[in-house]
Design a binder for this molecule. Structure first.
Ligand code: KG4
Ligand code: ZN
Length: 397
C-alpha cells in the first residue's frame, strides 16, 4: 500500500483542528485550537461565535500542523476535511479553506464524516497498542462502536471490506446526547462549561448511591423517522436497511430529574453562590471546585454520572450480545470519562469482549481522526469535486 501524508482539517463544532497523519496510522502532528473560553460565559456553544473563531484560527492552525509535521503545503498528498455532521457555519469555514488549498495546490480533496473520524480515532490508538504487543493490528469483526459526545450518542456496527468501511446504525439518542446531559447538568449546578470533565473529576468525591435516578427504557419506535415530509424517502429507505433490534438512548429525563431534585432540595441559593465564586477564579482547580461544592451536591453529581455510565454501558453490551460482535469501540468526548472507561473495561471483560478507546487527546474533537479516516478513501481514490457542500445533518453508512 502506498504511503500518504494526509492533511486533515476539522471545524464541525468548537475546536479548530489540523493534523498530518501518515497512511492512516502515524500522527505527525495534531493541533487543536479550543474555543472553550469564548463559549464559557454562555454555558454552551454559540454557533455564530464558533464560525468567527474558526475563521480566526484556521490559517495559523494549519500552518502549525504542517510545520510540526515537517511538511509543507506542497509535500502533503491529499487534503481531508469534515463534511458533517456539525454546525453548518462552522463546517463551512473548514470546507472553504480545504477547497481553496486543494484547488491552489492541485491536490485531491477527501470529505470525511465526523462520526467516522471518531471511530478512526480508536483505530489510531488500537494499532499503537497492537504494534507495541508486536501484533499486526488485526481486528475481529463485526465491531460495535459507541460514539458518545456533546452532539452524538450513536451505536454503529462497523465492517471492513477491501478498504471500504461500512456502518449500520443500530441505536441513537431520541433527545439529548450524553455529553449534552453532562454539560446541562453541570451548568444547572453552577459548575461551568464544559460539564463533562468537571463532573468526571468531582464524581469520585460523592456517594453514587445517594440519589436514585430512573434511566429510560425505550420500547416504542422512533416516530420522527416516519413523519411525512421529514426527508421521508431517505428515512424510510434507511429504516428498511436498519431493520433489526434497536438500542436507543434518551437523556432529557435525567436532566429534568436533576432539576427537580435541585428545586425540591432548595439547592438554588448555594448554586448561585458557587457560580459567582467560580466566575471570579480565572482557572479554578479541583480544590476550588471541592471547596465550593457541598456534600449533597457531590452526591448528586456522583449519582448522575453513575446513572449515565450504567445506561451507556448496559445498552451497548446488550447490543453487542444481540449482534454477536467481536470487538467494542468507545469514542467521542464522553469516552474520556474515567468511570465510563473503567466500567466498560470491567463489564466487557466479564463477557470476554475486547474494548478499545482513543487516547484522551483523541477522544475529543481533533483533525488527526479526520486524516486517519480519509486514508482508506485515499486508497480507493474516493475524492470529492470542488462543489461538494457541508452537510450539517450528515448520516454515516
Ligand atoms: O467529541 P467532542 O469534543 O465534541 C462533539 O463532537 O460534541 O465532545 C465534547 C463533549 C462535551 O459534551 C463534554 O462535556 C464531553 O464531551 N466530555 C466529557 C468528558 N470530557 C469531555 N464527558 C464526560 N466526562 C469527560 N471526562
Ligand atoms: Zn465530535
Amino acid at each position: 500500500m502506498p504511503d500518504a501524508n494526509i492533511l486533515g482539517i476539522e471545524s464541525s463544532c468548537d475546536e479548530t483542528g489540523a493534523a498530518v497523519v501518515r497512511s492512516g496510522q502515524r500522527i505527525l502532528s495534531n493541533v487543536v485550537a479550543s474555543q472553550i473560553a469564548t463559549h464559557q460565559p454562555y454555558g454552551g456553544v454559540v454557533p455564530e461565535l464558533a464560525s468567527r473563531e474558526h475563521l480566526r484560527a484556521i490559517v495559523p492552525v494549519v500552518r502549525q500542523a504542517l510545520a510540526e509535521a515537517g511538511q509543507t503545503y506542497e509535500s502533503v498528498d491529499a487534503i481531508a476535511v469534515t463534511q458533517g455532521p456539525g454546525l453548518a457555519g462552522a463546517l463551512l469555514v473548514g470546507i472553504s479553506y480545504a477547497k481553496a488549498l486543494a484547488f491552489a495546490l492541485d491536490k485531491p480533496l477527501i470529505a470525511v464524516n465526523h462520526i467516522e473520524g471518531h471511530i478512526h480515532a480508536v483505530l489510531l490508538e488500537q494499532r499503537k497498542i497492537e504494534q507495541r504487543k508486536s501484533g499486526d493490528g488485526g481486528l475481529d469483526f463485526p465491531v460495535l462502536a459507541l460514539v458518545v459526545s456533546g452532539g452524538h450518542t450513536h451505536l454503529y456496527l462497523a465492517r471492513l471490506q477491501e478498504n471500504l468501511w461500512s456502518y449500520r446504525n443500530i441505536g441513537h439518542t431520541r433527545d439529548d446526547a450524553a455529553g449534552e446531559a453532562f454539560d446541562k447538568v453541570a451548568k444547572l449546578l453552577g459548575l461551568g462549561y464544559p460539564g463533562g470533565p468537571i463532573v468526571d473529576r468531582l464524581a469520585p468525591h460523592g456517594d453514587a448511591h445517594a440519589v436514585k435516578f430512573q434511566t429510560s427504557q425505550i420500547k416504542h419506535a422512533d416516530r420522527r423517522d416516519f413523519k411525512q415530509g421529514n426527508r421521508h424517502q431517505e428515512d424510510r429507505q434507511l429504516q428498511a436497511e436498519e431493520d433489526g433490534p434497536r438500542f436507543d438512548f434518551s437523556y432529557s429525563g435525567i436532566k429534568t430529574a436533576v432539576l427537580r431534585y435541585v428545586e425540591t432540595q432548595e439547592l438554588k441559593p448555594a448554586i448561585e453562590a458557587r457560580r459567582q465564586a467560580l466566575a471570579e477564579i480565572e482557572e479554578p482547580t479541583l480544590e476550588d471546585f471541592l471547596r465550593l461544592t457541598d456534600g449533597q451536591t457531590l452526591n448528586l453529581v456522583a449519582s448522575f454520572q453513575r446513572s449515565m455510565v450504567t445506561d451507556l454501558v448496559m445498552k451497548t453490551l446488550a447490543a453487542a450480545r444481540e449482534y454477536e460482535v467481536r470487538t467494542l469501540f468507545v469514542s467521542g468526548g464522553v469516552a474520556a470519562n474515567r468511570e465510563l472507561r473503567a466500567t466498560f473495561e470491567r463489564e466487557a471483560g466479564i463477557e470476554g469482549l475486547p474494548v478499545f478507546f482513543p487516547s484522551h487527546a483523541l477522544s475529543t474533537d481533533n483533525a488527526a481522526m479526520i486524516a486517519a479516516a480519509a486514508y482508506p478513501k485515499f486508497l480507493r481514490q474516493e475524492f470529492v469535486a470542488m462543489d461538494f457542500c457541508a452537510d450539517a445533518g450528515m448520516r454515516l453508512r
